[in-house]
Design a protein around this ligand. Structure first.
Ligand code: PSU
Ligand code: MN
Length: 303
């Protein structure tokens, strides 16, 4: 039921390192035409770090594990492409629909495809107005029952970060700060929230993954939170100002459901004159490079 690219199939057969990449960030998280260039660039960074990229999407009802150039182009430019979380996969397959996959959709398909390491920008999480909307990304619950290592720059700072960390704790999802004792803040190097575990080498992350498997138990994920370098973060003052405006605009315009996250990301890009976009891209670049190194260490363990 899964369709692998030749490159990914070959890498899996050889036990070579593979990194799963999500497609929602390309289709709905970044502006055109930059998004296609970024998709190419991210795949190139994974290859340069010695791993094979597997960008994941659902096209014409088929889950694709690794996309060729034509498929990447479609993900970046097709207006009809939807946004699929885990719960959307079954109806999408049954009806032949096409969509980019979020963290929850991608993590599920990646794990089913035998991939263990996944890179994204920032996880979804608990939205700031949770009390009235109960908007909590499906990413969190899916990661609580999927054995995958997700490299991210924390959770998107448009969210309620402390509440999201609390939910990850409740759900039993491990969180590792990579080279930091503070949870990263997506556009910002730090969210100001502490993390309980700090690791500094890809080999240490691979050892934690092996320990997860040795322990057994529920198939939960491991979140590796990798901060954007301070020199490339968004100016924190600008971030706080524009984010307040963005949240007010979403409320005023009645944006709900799946549209909330893309709306807020696009608002920040526009009203920071592209500075938030650059910080987002710097974070994602760092994450795919780290994910490739972790995948290399993991493959070295012969798992
Ligand atoms: N990281 C980014 N940009 C994005 C996303 C992650 O840098 O657009 C996407 C991911 O696909 C994540 C989704 O799963 O945003 C969260 O959407 P929601 O809040 O509707 O679950
Ligand atoms: Mn949501």
């Amino acid at each position: 039921m899964l369709q692998y690219s030749d490159e990914v199939r070959d890498a899996l057969d050889r036990g070579a390192p593979v990194v799963a990449l999500e497609s929602t960030i390309i289709a709905h998280g970044l502006p055109r035409p930059r998004n296609l260039a970024v998709a190419d660039e991210l795949e190139g960074l994974v290859r340069a770090a010695g791993a094979v990229p597997a960008t994941i999407a659902v096209l014409d009802g088929v889950p694709r594990i690794g996309l060729d150039r034509a498929a990447l182009d479609r993900v970046a430019n097709d207006d009809a492409l939807r946004k699929f979380g885990f719960r959307d996969l079954a109806p999408a397959l049954a009806t032949g629909a096409s969509g980019a996959t979020t963290v929850s959709g991608t993590a599920f398909l990646a794990a089913r495809a035998g991939l263990r390491v996944f890179a994204t920008g920032g996880l979804g999480g608990v939205h700031r107005d949770w009390v009235s909307t109960q908007d909590e990304s499906a990413d969190l619950a899916l990661l609580a029952r999927t054995r995958i290592t997700v490299v991210c720059a924390g959770v998107k700072s448009i969210l309620d970060v402390p509440a999201t960390l609390q939910r990850l704790e409740t759900l039993g999802v491990g969180v590792i700060g990579f080279g930091t004792a503070e949870f990263p803040g997506f556009y910002l190097s730090s969210s100001g929230c502490p993390v309980d575990w700090t690791l500094r080498e890809p080999g240490e992350v691979a050892a934690a993954m092996r320990a997860q498997d040795a322990l057994g138990g529920p198939d939960s994920a491991l979140v590796v939170a990798n901060p954007v370098p301070p020199a490339e973060q968004l100016d924190p003052l600008l971030h706080d100002q524009v984010l307040a405006d963005a949240l007010a605009a979403a409320d005023r315009e009645g944006v709900t459901g799946q549209a909330v996250t893309p709306f807020l990301l696009a608002y920040l890009t526009e009203h920071t004159k592209g500075a938030s976009l650059e910080a987002n891209l710097a974070a994602v670049r760092g994450n795919v490079q780290l994910a490739a190194r972790i995948a290399g260490a993991w493959a070295g363990l012969g798992e």
